[in-house]
Write a protein that binds this ligand. Structure first.
Ligand SMILES: CC(C)(COP(=O)(O)OP(=O)(O)OC[C@H]1O[C@@H](n2cnc3c(N)ncnc32)[C@H](O)[C@@H]1OP(=O)(O)O)[C@@H](O)C(=O)NCCC(=O)NCCS
Length: 188
């Protein structure tokens, strides 16, 4: 079995959230394009500035979908009867000096928050990263995104750096960017 297939063999997974909600978790596929676009439409303007990419631009989603390569970016979606309620991704470089690192991002539909979904998705991606032999996970989070900071800290991530003004939002406002790490091995 190829590495990619082996990774995919674990999915789909069915999870029961803290309030009993049943979700299916699986890698994003090409057919998800419109559902992913709809998902990001449900994220408020005030939170779009917390996301790295301009997800309101369908060309951004198209680029993700066209270039799906799970060894580079593994996007997991949580699906409830065809409605995508969360997107969490593990970002990797196949080559070069950052090939031992994995970046993690997560967004949850406002109607499905506080049910432990982001936490479970981060744990799932952490398990994938361990399986893949990565040394460390990182998350780049706007320093004023307290919800995300709490979630990542709860999962064991710790702040290792703060870059002043490294983020500029859609309105042109500057934000500090905090970097969080989770060590997966003691190799270093
Ligand atoms: C951050 C985010 C992903 C959290 O999703 P979620 O599914 O609600 O998170 P969980 O239910 O797993 O929350 C786990 C813990 O995080 C903390 N937390 C979650 N939302 C919070 C909030 N709005 N304020 C403060 N703490 C919060 C709590 O400690 C929570 O534990 P509790 O439920 O026992 O109180 C979600 O708010 C979101 O999508 N925000 C916009 C996008 C974003 O900021 N992404 C991060 C960039 S990497």
């Amino acid at each position: 079995m190829e590495k990619n297939e082996e990774l995919l063999a674990d999915f789909p997974k069915t999870w029961i959230l803290e309030d009993g909600t049943k979700v299916t978790v699986r890698p994003m596929v090409k057919q998800d394009r419109d559902r992913v676009a709809l998902f990001f439409k449900r994220i408020g303007e005030d939170e779009l500035c917390f996301l790295k990419d301009n997800v309101t631009d369908i060309r951004v989603i198209d680029r993700w979908i066209e270039r799906l390569d799970y060894d580079r970016v593994l996007p997991l979606v949580a699906d409830i009867n065809g409605r995508i309620v969360a997107d969490a991704s593990l970002h990797r470089r196949k080559e070069g000096w950052r090939r031992h690192l994995g970046g993690v991002r997560v967004v949850v539909d406002p109607a499905f928050r506080h049910k432990g979904l982001a936490s479970k998705l981060i744990d799932e991606l952490t398990a994938v990263a361990r399986k893949e032999g990565l040394d460390r996970l990182y998350a780049e989070i706007p320093a004023d995104d307290q919800a995300a900071i709490n979630v990542f800290q709860d999962r064991g991530f710790t702040r290792v750096a703060l870059f002043e003004g490294d983020i500029i939002d859609r309105a042109g406002k500057y934000h500090d960017m905090a970097v969080y790490h989770l060590e997966l091995t003691e190799r270093r």
